[in-house]
Design a protein around this ligand. Structure first.
Ligand SMILES: [Zn+2]
Length: 42
């Protein structure tokens, strides 16, 4: 799971981050990793 800065929108890989290392903003959003759906082709 990664964080996403609410202000600048950059992804933050540090799960323990309390603020954005890029702009210093303190509101971070949890970002879900994209779920890879397995599709059967047969
Ligand atoms: Zn930021």
């Amino acid at each position: 799971m990664t964080w996403k800065c609410f202000r600048c929108g950059k992804k933050i890989d540090d799960i323990n981050a309390v603020k954005c290392p890029y702009c210093g903003y303190r509101i971070l959003i949890k970002e879900r990793p994209p779920i890879a759906k397995k599709l059967r082709t047969d």
